[in-house]
Design a protein around this ligand. Sequence first.
Ligand code: BGP
Length: 479
Amino acid sequence: MNKTKSFPENFLWGGAIAANQYEGGYKEGGRGLGPVDFLPNKDEDRVHVMYNPHLAMSQTFDYYPSHKAIDGYHYFKEDIALFAEMGFKCLRLSISWPRIFPQGDEKEPNEAGLKFYDDLFDECLKYDIEPVVTLNHFDTPIYLYEKYDGWTNRSVIDFFTNYATVVFNRYKGKVKYWLTFNEINILQVLPFLGGSFDQNKFENPTQAKYQAAHHQLVASALATKIGREVDSNNMIGCMLAAGESYPNTCNPDDIWEAKMMDREGFFFIDVQVRGHYPSYSKRFFEEHNLTIHQEPEDADILKNTVDFIGFSYYSTKVVSGDEKVLSSAEKTDGNIFSSLENPYLPKSQWGWIIDPKGLRITMNTLYDRYQIPLFVVENGLGAVDKIEDNGDIIDDYRIDYLREHILAMDEAIKDGVDVLGYTTWGCIDIISAGTGQMSKRYGFIYVDVDDWGKGTFKRSKKKSFTWYKELIASNGDIM
Ligand code: BGP
């Protein structure tokens, strides 16, 4: 049969999870706590606490989804065997920083935490599954929030680089692919999750966010440097919550607004890929009255640029530069950013715009701009799954979503974009970051847990399990 798709032989097909949404075991093995351990599961409460983190410490809620999550802490061998059965080439996961340094500022790591990830990576390697490891996925220890105001404080850079040094050395030879900060641009929208601080405490929250961003950019560059020194085979990437912004009309105001919206994310990647602040940042800082404190050595540190760009893609967004439209038009949800409605496209049950071609557009934009390899490290459809009387889960909607996006990625590769791999988000059902609920499911594998943590935790295969297995076996040629 003639191969019609363009995926290279060594393409890294797989799935993605994150410690804070998968592991549970929140106090096991000496683990400290992270921001998510204070977030409840009900949509409105959760979002309210994310924006007002002081409530997290002063109020008690009925149920904290991260505490048990899907109990990956105990189930990981069973889960990795299922990923292996699907033929995964890689598994993206994160290390929980508070598992390794429970407070965050200690000098010596927690051996039980290190051992847990040794076992986890060994289990992956047993099946030739390459771990792709995020150093910080919404997991800055809560002690650093309380004592230091998280990433607004420069000392956190040292704590992070100490943590990074420990894990680079410990997992040398086991882990080659690393990502520094998950969706680094989330800092601008949800600083508690992304940066472990309460923006309400600051007279100028934007100043606090950009100062924290500077610290993360320096920390990311230092981690990249250390990672390379420890093992020159390491491939170290950044990670962006991506998704092109479309102008609402061809009015130049809308076009400019769309450009500015995308720049908010590119700002981070510009630094991480080019090794210095972009030229437009000067005017932006001046106009917003921001003074970013930098040490003299920072400019040199930032020159340690990444090897590849990891990004999440769920949807595109529609933006307008017209105040009247913004105040009156219907809006819809999206990953991190909301959007105006797009009349040309369908939406998920959570209102996220479904736009496969947008993935091709986003990939072309990123590659045109940066010319280094991309890695699609999150993509998928959150949906409510129905269990048939005979136990089957016929998730054709998920298969359709993924097929269309993989076809769009294939087009992007044919357009000339260099792509290392593709990991679907939540390859096994996990806690949703936005809602804290289990009913928003992304997986090929169903987990019997409800929104209140009740269930058997039994794993079962959905229809999409076999579909993805066949897709990987054909290297993306059969969908
Ligand atoms: C991204 C995060 C993930 C993940 C995903 C889906 O922002 O990196 O952690 O959860 O979005 O979002 P949700 O779980 O809210 O559907």
